[in-house]
Design a binder for this molecule. Structure first.
Ligand SMILES: Cc1cc2nc3c(=O)[nH]c(=O)nc-3n(C[C@H](O)[C@H](O)[C@H](O)COP(=O)(O)OP(=O)(O)OC[C@H]3O[C@@H](n4cnc5c(N)ncnc54)[C@H](O)[C@@H]3O)c2cc1C
Length: 438
């Protein structure tokens, strides 16, 4: 293979799973000696390790510890990436000027590029439901998790002082995010009961889901196990039900709309004979789905009808040589599974590795490699050292999920961090998870 001919600037937008992996892989592949400049732009100063976000939302640790030790286990991005020779800009991206090939930053500066990688992720989708964005806390960012944590602690304090009669937590969406959070919230409340901060019958956790089963995107066996576990933890499932509107202290629920050929009797919703039902809430957490990051509209790239960037299987943006995109912001169809590639960190990492490889190939004028659509694994921790999972078609539940999940965490840390920093983190989850186990 010939080496690249001239110094080229690669700008990576976003330092989440996709952006960070692209930057690290490019730095490893190109090395400093080839003179290529790699610049990462992110509006945040830390890489958010989302799979640990529930620990923040339901943790008892002081905020600083939570911020630096749990959800964002990396040092600030600039320190983390400087050792690899990658430059970092802490700035919000507001657009791209394709004529001058430069990224528009919110401080009015332009950042020129030869190759652009878009890895700006997604944002919570409130589906236009009345009052939802205003009254619910989505489980998405570190700030969201800290708001939930403060609110939980505050509610327990209020109950302890008898300022409120009961604590009612409602979670919207029983996908992996909603299910994991519901279980962690249940563990949190049980811990409060154990500490005699509140009585066992003084709170409720309800999980609303529009489908007839939790984890409906996963195998029905996993849903059945998850349902049993949720019930065991005292989480009430409201299935085949939708949130129609959210207000300061209550939500309006309704049986989900019928599909063609369905009758009301077919719904498992336990209030199916009521047109709608009002439920009081002290805390509404929204885990109902994600949509494209609204900034996509300003990037001047080809988007699908859902506002996601259309890429081909080399991770290049369609009809835009030199533009690449990975992660939650892309629309990529898996022909063998006959569905779009799901929005997962695992996918973002695979796509980022391929994008890094192909940028180097493009610079060397070598043929580009194609995405192999690797199998996605499902590992859903469900409170304490327990979970449900499916890896390479093998489904399992119980404590076995933890070592597999830990192995996935370790693999990621080792790929994106120097060995010493990775080791520090590898020890951290053991402590974190033990803390929440009952
Ligand atoms: C609570 C939760 C738990 C999850 N757990 C798992 C899990 O266990 N396993 C799994 O595979 N997936 C999990 N996911 C999904 C996973 O987090 C996403 O698929 C993954 O983060 C996508 O990576 P990304 O790089 O595309 O986007 P992100 O990781 O979201 O990164 C996007 C980056 O872009 C930055 N950014 C956004 N807009 C701008 C802008 N205008 N200017 C500058 N910077 C900007 C953001 O600050 C961020 O750093 C979870 C998701 C959630 C919400």
């Amino acid at each position: 293979m010939a080496t690249p001919q001239r110094c080229e600037r690669i700008v990576i937008l976003g330092a989440g799973f996709g952006g960070l992996t692209t930057a690290v892989q490019l730095a490893k592949r190109l090395g400093k000696r080839e003179g290529c400049e790699i610049v990462v732009v992110d509006k945040c100063t830390h890489h958010l390790y989302r799979p640990w976000l529930y620990e923040v939302a339901t943790g008892n640790a002081p905020e600083e510890r939570l911020k630096s030790g749990v959800a964002t286990p990396y040092e600030d991005l600039r320190t983390h990436l400087s050792g690899l020779g990658v430059k970092v800009e802490y700035q919000e991206v507001i657009g791209v000027d394709w004529e001058t090939k430069s990224v528009k930053l919110c401080d009015d500066r332009g950042l020129p590029f030869d190759h652009l990688v878009v890895a700006l992720g997604a944002s919570p989708d409130f589906y236009g439901i009345e009052g939802l964005e205003q009254h619910a806390v989505p489980m998405y960012s570190l700030q969201n998790a800290l708001v939930v944590q403060r609110k939980l602690v505050h509610l327990v304090e209020q109950k302890r002082r008898n300022e409120i009669p009961f604590i009612r937590i409602l979670i919207g969406g029983a996908g992996p995010t909603g299910v994991e959070f519901a279980c962690e919230a249940a563990q949190f409340m049980k811990t409060q009961v154990r500490k005699k901060m509140l009585g066992a019958s003084e709170y409720s956790i309800e999980l609303v889901e529009a489908s007839p089963r939790p984890l409906q995107a996963l195998h029905p066996q996993l849903s059945a196990w998850a349902k049993t576990r949720l019930e065991k933890l005292g989480v009430k499932l409201l299935l085949d039900a939708c949130i129609k509107g959210a207000h300061k202290d209550h939500v309006v629920l309704a049986p989900r709309p019928l599909k063609p050929g369905e009758t009301m009797d077919m719904l498992v919703c336990d209030f199916k004979n009521e047109n709608q039902k009002e439920v009081t809430t002290d805390l509404l957490v929204w885990c109902g789905g994600f949509r494209a990051n609204p900034i996509m509209k300003n990037l001047g790239v080809t988007l699908n009808e859902r506002g996601k960037i259309e890429v081909d299987d080399t991770m290049q943006v369609r009809n835009m040589p030199g533009a690449w995109a990975v992660g939650d912001c892309i629309a990529l169809f898996d022909p063998s599974a006959k569905r779009p590639v799901p929005q997962l960190a695992q996918g973002a990492i695979h796509q980022a590795e391929l994008a890094a490889e192909n940028i180097v190939r493009a610079m060397r004028k070598d043929p580009l490699a194609r995405y192999g659509f690797p199998a996605m694994h499902a590992l859903v921790p469900m409170g304490g050292a327990w979970g449900v999972g499916e890896v390479f078609g093998i489904r399992f539940k119980g404590v076995w999920v933890w070592p597999v999940r830990l192995a996935a965490d370790i693999r990621y840390f080792l790929r994106t961090l120097p060995l010493r920093s990775a080791w520090k983190l590898i020890r951290a989850p053991l402590t974190v998870f033990r803390r929440n186990n009952l």
